[in-house]
Write a protein that binds this ligand. Sequence first.
Ligand SMILES: [Cu+2]
Length: 480
Amino acid sequence: MRTRLLGLAVLVTSLLALQPLQAQTPLPVVRAELTSPPLVPPPTGRKAPAKVIVELEVVEKEMSLSEGVSYTFWTFGGTVPGSFIRVRQGDTVEFHLKNHPSSKMPHNIDLHGVTGPGGGAASSFTAPGHESQFTFKALNEGIYVYHCATAPVGMHVANGMYGLILVEPPQGLPKVDHEYYVMQGDFYTAGKYREKGQQPFDMEKAIDERPTYVVFNGAEGSLTGDRALKAKTGETVRMFVGNGGPNLVSSFHVIGAIFDNVRFEGGTLAQKNVQTTLIPAGGAAIVDFKAKVPGSYVLVDHSIFRAFNKGALAILKIDGPEDKSIYSGKELDSVYLGDRAQPNLKAVATATQAAASGKLTLQDQIAAGKELFAGTCSVCHQAGGAGLPGVFPPLAKSDFLGADPKRAVGVVLNGLSGKVTVNGKDYNSVMPPMNQLNDDEVANILTYVLNSWDNAGGSIAADEVKKARASKPAAAAAAH
Ligand SMILES: [Cu+2]
């Protein structure tokens, strides 16, 4: 009798527990179709929200930036810009970010279409060979930039880590004949414009906002010749135009065309009859127009030296019969909150003042170094200095560091690559140069590291960093 009562009670409570689930019809589950630029996935065609699964993989790869110029791009989906994502307002998006095992860096994603801290960045930090998952509701319609927000953020964005996500309005966008995906970006190479060979990233040029290249879709010539965008006279063309930056604002213009409609800043209002539309770094617009006269139309950043001297030039080829009533003829050929955004750098300011007045103590250096380590080094070596197994070596009790503390100055200034053995384990990865840090900062960070987590102690002086910076980067090369 008692067991029967108990059984009944269990049945009743489980029914009660089920009720809210039954009341809510589960969303249909769909897998987002992602496309590589300049292609755009077809309209969702849905009249109701769905649960959309997005799978995006970060791949670091060597690609061409210009004829004979190669560059190590960091990509979302293997292309620059990254894969185009298309969802509908009201959708629940289950986002999977994978970081390919061959990657050297951790990455994450900040989608401007997400309502929530960091646009997903906080939930998507992904080490090489790992996958992260988070879910968001696409509350606002519009065209949104996404980008990597791993420190140093500028460097990740400068290496090509951006793309677009379209959140369609519930009724969809008006039908057009062609949809294209175009995104501008500025690139900073050690060599000059069109200097041949493998070109490394130049942090100093990036900080000074002096790009070597300004291009559409990740490379000079990515949309010219055989790769030009195409349409026929009488057809309507819509372009989703983004600007990944990291630094420049684009004055986007199509030579010889007038945009019939521009949803400027990616917002809901449409401006009509526009010649040039401003696209901020980290922003996007939707432009459309009707192809009326055949010929080659040149897409440019109308800050015109960028178009003709840095690569910001693409072609839309319109085929079809002439319309002499419109035109007579003759064709044209032709940290996130990283190192710089620490909310509290009080100890750094104190150390700077103390250094200026010649009263810098070991404690000042350690306190300042601690604040700088967070957001600069902790991204990889972790807050407690333990590193990540197989990827980032530990700084805590590191025998590599202990064997030659001064060598670490060169490691920070010049980076480190190739095989290193730390505490009996081999690492074969890449640490980027962190030479954006000034001499005081490097000295203080290393002093903090030497005096933390059971390391042997000691200190590094700003003068030593200054000397190392002035000498050739042999210190790091000799390190292994
Ligand atoms: Cu990244």
